[in-house]
Design a protein around this ligand. Structure first.
Ligand SMILES: [Zn+2]
Length: 166
């Protein structure tokens, strides 16, 4: 154990959801249009970006992952709005006396093009976290047709979050 607890901590989060017919494609609280009408499958709204950010924030304080707080077995979270779940997570972080320095995410998706939606995603996330949208980075990349993202079997997202003691 350390004698002195650090005043800055980092967390990383990863998530992937399957692309299927008959589901909405919600990323960063924005409804996107997939050229083949595919959406992300999951118990909640399957917002892969928000889930990875939640896991990064929880990870920064060693609080576990979202499955611990919002288990798929709990019907309260069926089709849940992930921005609401994020608001619950940031409250936990704040209650422990911490605030966000910045967040950086990369979405891995072959289609659709993510870039046109990035500003709206940032706005949704910064509003939910009540921080400046300049503290949120969202990048997108294709997987060069490789792997599950490249074959459009799913969309994944990686995030890191840096937080500081208030
Ligand atoms: Zn998820």
């Amino acid at each position: 154990m350390m004698n002195e607890s650090p005043s800055i901590r980092i967390g990383n989060g990863y998530d992937i959801h399957r692309l299927i017919k008959g589901r909405n494609l919600i990323i960063g609280g924005v409804k996107l249009q997939h050229p083949d009408d595919l959406g992300l499958d999951g118990h909640s709204d399957a917002d892969v970006l928000i889930h990875s950010i939640m896991d990064a924030l929880l990870g920064a304080l060693s609080l576990g992952d979202i499955g611990k707080y919002f288990p798929p077995s709990d019907n309260n979270w069926k089709n849940a709005d992930s921005l609401f779940l994020l608001s619950q997570v940031i409250q936990m972080i704040r209650n422990q006396g911490w605030e966000v320095i910045n967040i950086d995410s990369v979405i891995v998706a072959e289609r659709p093009k993510i870039k046109p939606y990035v500003e709206l995603m940032k706005k949704n996330i910064s509003t939910t976290l009540r921080i400046d949208d300049g503290l949120i980075g969202i990048k997108a990349t294709t997987n060069e047709k490789l792997g599950p993202e490249g074959r459009e079997e799913g969309i994944s997202c990686h995030s890191v979050a840096l937080i500081r003691k208030k």
